[in-house]
Design a binder for this molecule. Structure first.
Ligand SMILES: Cc1ncc(COP(=O)(O)O)c(C=O)c1O
Length: 400
């Protein structure tokens, strides 16, 4: 339709939201559905944070605030970066937006011109390439392999850099694979960036606190201080503090860049919710001990799901370091026919037939740039996970 913008033709709607919507529709129609599509914790925002939000309302903190966050929240963010990441920032280097999503989008809108390239490792979070396209840039996809635990190598990064490269977009632990880069693995990548001073780095640290076992989270500007002046470190309260609906994300980086991002926000949404900001303030300044308990809970669920999926014929599932996703390969299922006669030629066929025949909703791998795979979000109860994996097993055993 010519009325719509040409830019919009370059992007697609979020497939993860599409799967969640389809699963909800089937559920409403009375089907027994287990949804493993949504990327959010299955528990409520901790009570002390809820109370801070309620208090903000009753104290009348319900008006416009400074465009990119109240000063006390920016101070709490500076303290968080110092405490958790050994990074020193001043409040002028911090911006707060409506979720990590808006912060990333602001960064691309503020910096990309036609022809500018953004290197994005695949499998990637579905929104990255489309955000780059909406902002007028060109995504350059670098595919990580299952054999390399879904992490790209320094060689791959080096080969992807051109004179047009503006950003390298890094996400660890990753959505959709859960893969987490160790200090040494990340250092190998930052060494390449040190050699290429025209390339800046955006790191999406949204799953920082969901790191399991011996894996220790680290972030690029911490691993390589020489990148401090060209790093944008993005984080948020959505996943770690079970606050997806409050819509608060933030970033720290060079002051000029932060100012430009603020300009974008000032002409689009203005401030993120004042109530959300005060709740986020409590999240960052309040007790942090439950984060480790949550990580242990998710680690146990990861093991449950990985073990069960590896028991399904045709599926091979690596054991990732963090987040709440796994990204099994279904190479062994491709070309087969399901019990009800559906030919499985792609991972989308697999996910569609799985939903129709067993009621288990997962997101197909093509949405994340690497196939044939699917993503499981294991942010749901053990009972649901056990039942879902049992149904997936029956489905796979029925393929012929
Ligand atoms: C890797 C990654 N970055 C950013 C976001 C967005 O977070 P927020 O809800 O704070 O916008 C998500 C949410 O799914 C994510 O998985």
């Amino acid at each position: 339709m010519t009325f719509l913008s040409a830019t919009l033709n370059r992007v697609k709607p979020s497939p993860t939201i599409a799967v969640t919507t389809k699963a909800a529709e089937l559920k409403a129609a009375g089907r027994d559905i287990i949804a493993l599509g949504a990327g959010e914790p299955d528990f409520d925002t901790p009570e002390h944070i809820q109370k801070a939000g309620q208090q903000a309302i009753s104290e009348g903190k319900t008006r416009y605030t400074a465009v990119d966050g109240v000063p006390e929240l920016k101070e709490a963010i500076c303290a968080k970066f110092q405490r958790d990441n050994d990074l020193s920032y001043e409040t002028a280097q911090v911006t707060v937006g409506t979720g990590g999503k808006q912060v990333l989008y602001n960064a691309f809108m503020a910096t990309l011109n036609a022809g500018d390239e953004v290197i994005i490792p695949a499998p990637y979070w579905v929104s990255y390439p489309d955000m780059v396209l909406l902002a007028g840039g060109t995504p350059v996809i670098v595919e990580a392999t299952l054999e390399n635990s879904f992490k790209i190598t320094a060689e791959q990064l080096r080969n992807a850099i051109t004179p047009q490269t503006k950003w390298f977009l890094f996400n660890s632990p990753s959505n959709p694979t859960g893969a987490g880069y160790s200090w040494d693995e990340l250092k190998a990548l930052t060494d390449i960036l040190v050699e290429n001073p025209h390339v800046w780095i955006i790191t999406d640290d949204m799953y920082e606190h969901l790191a399991f076992g011996n894996f220790k989270f680290c972030t690029p500007a911490q691993v390589e201080p020489r990148l401090y002046e060209r790093s944008l470190t993005v984080n948020g309260v959505s996943k770690a503090y079970a606050m997806t609906g409050w819509r608060i994300g933030y970033a720290a980086g060079p002051e000029e860049l932060i100012k430009a991002m603020r300009k974008v926000q000032s002409q689009s949404t203005s401030n993120p919710s004042s109530i959300g900001q005060y709740a986020a303030l409590e999240a960052l300044n309040g007790p942090q001990d439950f984060l480790a308990d949550n990580a242990k809970l998710f680690q146990r669920r990861r093991d449950l799901v990985v073990d069960a999926l590896n028991g399904c014929p045709g599926i091979s599932c690596p054991r990732p370091e963090g987040a709440f996703y796994v990204y099994p390969s279904i190479a062994g299922c491709i070309g087969k026919t399901s019990a009800s006669g559906v030919k499985i030629e792609t991972d989308e066929d697999f996910a569609t037939a799985l939903l129709e025949e067993t009621g288990v909703a997962v997101v197909f791998g093509a949405a994340f740039g690497v196939s044939p795979n699917f993503r499981v979000s294991y942010a749901t109860s053990d009972a649901q996970l056990t039942e879902a994996c049992a149904r997936i097993k029956v489905f796979c055993e029925g393929l012929s």
